[in-house]
Design a protein around this ligand. Structure first.
Ligand code: SF4
Length: 361
């Protein structure tokens, strides 16, 4: 075997405005624009990724971002690229893959204004920090075509939020969830568990948060926190002797739904028992509010059981599995029943058929 060659790290490109658009014409764009499927896309929509920023303002303890700080593209430049993708390749659904697209109010409002004035009606999804989200941004996101906002709520515990250096509050999490739903924007509810300060009670509270704001676009479960190399949690794990270094991490990492390091005061047996109970409940809740396909619910629960207790590491979690059928109306009705303070209108989305692969978070 030839030896591994490690090139020196390239310097960070500080100014993004001089980077030309990718040469998409040398790629099989027909394939690339037809393989991503997200909830609320129609059959004729074509999805493609785009970036409006690089980096992030923060340094959450579990996040493995390698560069500090955020670099923002000029909104006009982003629009230019979107125009090319729309006009040459028929892209009508833009998947903003920025770590944080909604991070600066002035910048995002400008981008949204240009999306509305410079492009034909399109749809998109973005990632957002709850600390930079208000009624004006929510309203403009919706009117520009945002169907899904991926929000890193992470936990329903203020203590754990502080421990992970999220620089956000539970109150802001709740306000962001309600504001998005009030403006008829779907939310990706990302909840992790297993950070310092987490308890079985915080796990159960996280599940309750998911159930309260769930729109059932996809099956949502509680996922373990993983100390990826580059993250402060990884440094902590190495310092405490739980990991030897990056090689040890990659040797041990075989399924992101399993714990590599226990940062809590609970035993691993207790953690997996509680996780199994909570995730089984979330799966049943999902199918109760969607297709009521109990065979599939039982199958997924069985696969979680095999993963947690019997070494069935080939299971990649329900998000990577086929979604169940749910109509917008079903989800809306369900949500109106569960939270009368949140009013949801009719989404412009599609009813996902059994067998449609759902991408994203
Ligand atoms: S988790 Fe999100 S907000 Fe936190 S550092 Fe990573 S990208 Fe930034």
């Amino acid at each position: 075997m030839p030896p591994n060659i490690e090139n020196p790290r390239r310097k960070t490109i500080k100014t993004l405005k001089n980077i030309p658009h990718p040469a998409w014409d040398i790629f099989p764009m027909e394939k690339y624009t037809s393989c991503l499927r997200f909830s609320r896309m129609t059959e004729s929509d074509r999805a493609f990724p785009i970036m409006s920023t690089r980096g992030c303002t923060d340094k959450c303890s579990f996040c493995f971002r390698l560069d500090s700080g955020i670099r923002v593209r000029k909104p006009e430049d982003v629009i230019d690229e979107m125009k090319i993708l729309y006009e040459k390749y028929g892209v009508t659904y833009f998947y903003f893959v920025d770590e944080l697209a909604v991070v600066n109010k002035k910048q995002i409002l400008k981008l949204l204004k240009l999306i509305k004035t410079e492009l034909p009606p399109i749809k998109f999804r973005m990632d957002c920090r709850v600390t930079c989200f208000d009624h004006e941004i929510a309203r403009e996101l919706k009117s520009a075509g945002c169907g899904m906002l991926n929000i890193g709520f992470e936990t329903s515990s203020q203590k754990v939020l502080d421990e992970m250096n999220k620089r956000a509050s539970v109150t802001q999490n709740i306000a962001a969830a309600e504001l998005a739903l009030k403006n008829e924007i779907g939310i990706g509810i990302n909840m992790i568990w297993g950070l310092p300060g987490d308890t079985i009670e915080t796990m159960k509270n996280n599940a309750e948060f998911i159930k309260k704001y769930n729109q059932y676009d996809q099956i949502r479960t509680i996922r373990p926190v993983t100390p990826y190399p580059g993250s402060p949690l990884f440094v902590k794990a190495v310092k405490e002797g739980a990991l030897e270094g990056p090689d040890d991490f990659y040797e041990k990492f075989n399924n992101s739904d399993l714990y590599m390091v226990n940062f809590t005061n609970e035993t691993m047996d207790k953690i997996y028992e509680a996780l199994f109970e909570v995730n089984s409940d979330l799966i049943r809740d999902h199918f109760q509010n969607t297709s009521q396909n109990w065979d599939r619910a039982d199958d997924l629960i069985g696969r979680f059981r095999a993963l947690y207790f019997e070494g069935g590491i080939d299971f990649r979690g329900p998000r990577d599995s086929l979604p169940s059928t749910i109509s917008d109306k079903q989800a809306i009705n369900r949500h109106q029943r569960s939270d009368s303070a949140t009013t949801m209108g009719v989404w412009d989305g599609l009813e996902l058929e059994e067998g449609t692969r759902l991408s994203g978070m």
